[in-house]
Every structure is written in C-alpha cells, then in structure tokens.
Design a protein around this ligand. Sequence first.
Ligand SMILES: *Cc1c(COP(=O)(O)O)cnc(C)c1O
Length: 454
Amino acid sequence: MGEPTKILLNESEMPRRWYNVVADLPSPPPPVLHPGTMAPVGPEDLAPLFPMELIRQEVATERYVDIPEEVLEVYRLWRPSPLYRAHRLEKALGTPAKIFYKYEGVSPAGSHKPNTAVPQAYYNAAAGIRRLTTETGAGQWGTALAFACAQYGLDCEVWQVRASYDQKPYRRIMIETFGGVIHPSPSDLTRAGRAVLAKDSESPGSLGIAISEAVEVAAGSPDTNYALGSVLNHVLLHQTVIGEEALAQFAKVGLTPDLIVGCTGGGSNFGGLAFPFLREKLAGRMEVTIRAVEPASCPSLTKGVYAYDFGDTAGMTPLMKMHTLGHDFIPDPIHAGGLRYHGMSPLLSHIYELGLFEAEARTQRECFEAGVRFARTEGVVPAPEPTHALAACIDEALRCKESGEEKVILTALCGHGHLDLAAYGAYLSDALVDHELSEAQLAEAVASLPAVPS
Ligand SMILES: *Cc1c(COP(=O)(O)O)cnc(C)c1O
C-alpha cells in the first residue's frame, strides 16, 4: 500500500456550517453603495431581488452560518466530494511535489455551482418565491440553478451569454432537462437586451449584459427573484464547504498544503476552497501561499482597477468596490466562459488588497495544454476554467523538480469538461488563438467607471 489516491469523508463528516471569512479579516470590506444616493445599500434596496435570509448572509459578520437540514439533504447527493492525490500526474512530471485536487465535478451540474444554487433555491422557496431568473456564461451556473430549482419546486429562467449558447448546445439541453427555460443573451425580451442589440445585432453577449436582463425581469415581478452564481458574499460563503472538507481530508493524511492554486472568474470556487485555509493561516496555525489564476483576456485582478463599479452592463445593480475592467467590458470569446466576467468578488478584491493572496494571468493555449496533460494522466477532462489553475500547478511542480522541494500543492478541480469538448476539439486541431488584453483595450474599458465621491 502506497499513499492513498482518494481521500474520502463519510456523509457524517460533512460540514454542517459555512465559514464566513469576514469575521477574521483585519478590516471589513467596503460597503456596497446605492448608485442614486451613493449611500450604503440597506436590506430594503435588495429585497426586490433576494430573500431576506440571503440579504442577511450578504452582510453577516458572525464566523459561522448553520447549513439548513433541507440543504444538507440535497448536498448528500454528491458531498462530501473526493480529494485526490495526483500520483500519476506527479510521476509524469517527475516532480517531488505532492499535488492534490479537490474534485467538484461529481455534482449534478458537473461543477461547484450547486453548492450555492441549492441553498439559494431553498431560501427563495422558503420565502414564498415562485420563480428565479439568472444569467449563465458557459452554462454551468444555469444548469446548477435549474437542478436546484427542481429540488424545491421553483421555476427557473436563464439568460445565457450568446457566445456560449452557440458554442455549447448541450448545456441548454441539460438546463431544459432539469426543467429550466433558457434564452440567448442579448435577447429581445428585455429593455437591456434590446438596447445592446440595437447597437450591435451580432453581439456575442457578456455576463454583464445577461445579468442586466435577468435582474430586469426579476425586479419587474413580485413572485420572481434573481440568483447570482458567483461574486457575492453569500455565494462565497456557501462555497466554503469545499475548503472545510479539504481541511478535514488533509487532516486524515497528516499533511497541510504549502500552496493553494485556484482559477478565478467571479471568485467563488477559489474563495470556497481557500477561505477555511486562510482562517488557519490568519490564526497562525498554517503557513500557506494562496494564488489565483485568471485568463489574460479578462484579467480583473492583475490588470483591473480597484474601484466602485456596477455588477452588470446596464448599470442596474448597486455599486460594488472591486477589481474591475469596467462594466461594459466585453472580453474576447475564450472557451473558459466562466472566467469572462468584468469584475471580481468584492470580498476577494478586498482580501487581495490586504495582501493575503497573490494572482497571475494565463493565456488559453497553455491552459488547454495543461488540461490535456491532466486528462491523459489523471483521467478527468477538466472544464476549461480550472485548466488555468492546473497550468500554474504544473509549472510549480516543475519548479519543484529543479529545486527538489517536496511542496504540497492543492487545487480545486472545480468542474469537468464533458460538455466543453468542442473547446478541446479546437485546441487539438490547433484552432485556438490566444487573447491578451492590450493597454489600449484596458484604458477604453475602465473609462466607463462611474464617478463615486471618496
Ligand atoms: C462558474 C465556473 C467558474 C468561475 O466562477 P468562480 O466563481 O470564479 O468559481 C470556474 N469554473 C467552473 C467549472 C465554473 O463552472
């Protein structure tokens, strides 16, 4: 018997509460502002879109929030998720590093997204809401929410970014199979969508535009709320089940990670994995470097500005202080659809400003190269998003080969790529191009930032 490949927890060892990192930060994140008054938003401003319990979690300062029994019951379909040791990848790289991946592809949607979709649907159903609207990029979030809505008898209506809608027809079918209704965005069903189409009838769409459409419909209907799959504090809170399980799994093998690497779109899988480890680090119980990896075509952390901006393109959301490329930025249509958001979680942005983690950007071809290498050794075809983190893991493991360091590396394999095979097809036939945001594009993108008195 060598060292184990799968480190598993029993259902009885599943975390029963989510961890709120805000409780342990040296300073609180800046408030979310009302774009009209520039005053901090109150619960009444958010009530047309979200149920009270999620609004409460959004501003919660207590360290832990109990997971409702009705949510735990659904989580049990796939949680606890396995932690894998990538023995075969390590061997292929010839590295002394120990590489671990927490695999979220075992969920009904094939990614980490159901970890928050399920509680969001639950709290909305408990508040008497009948329908949820949302946006989706690659389709992962739409799939997760459609599944979650089906658990609690809610209707689900999804606006999918046009570029992904065209590239990934199977996601649409999966959303419809779970009972959801799906529209390409921009659509002619909303004012926001029609405004974009009037300017560019061929618009590939963006998450910002799709959010505007979903928010517009929810705001206009009392029995309908809106659900967001990333970015917000309550989403990152729900995702901490990933990190809490990983901590317990590392305890089983008597190790702690030296480096945690995750991909960041809006920051939820990264925050979900990293926050419980950050708690240990802040308490002086663990030394760990935490690193975010984002696409070079949408580099909100590494090239964006830290400023108040809207979460959507039409400017309907409150203003959030975050790393942003500007709310009307439309990234190049790279295949990692989940990483094409103009902003970054305000909570993660704040933590980045505090210097508690580092960030880097990568272009898509090197990421797919890493994804293929991972598939050929570990047997999982990763979603395009986590290939960004895998590329960074592999580089780190190769550095360890030079130095002889036996570094323990942990990454979130936050989804499988079974419905992203067209992207692999493009990579394998050498049809993928690299996009990197130019200084000129960046300057143009951030020119639209709203003026906020300091
Ligand atoms: C949505 C998604 C992402 C990006 O969102 P985060 O909030 O940054 O996690 C990354 N990977 C997968 C598989 C996704 O579905």
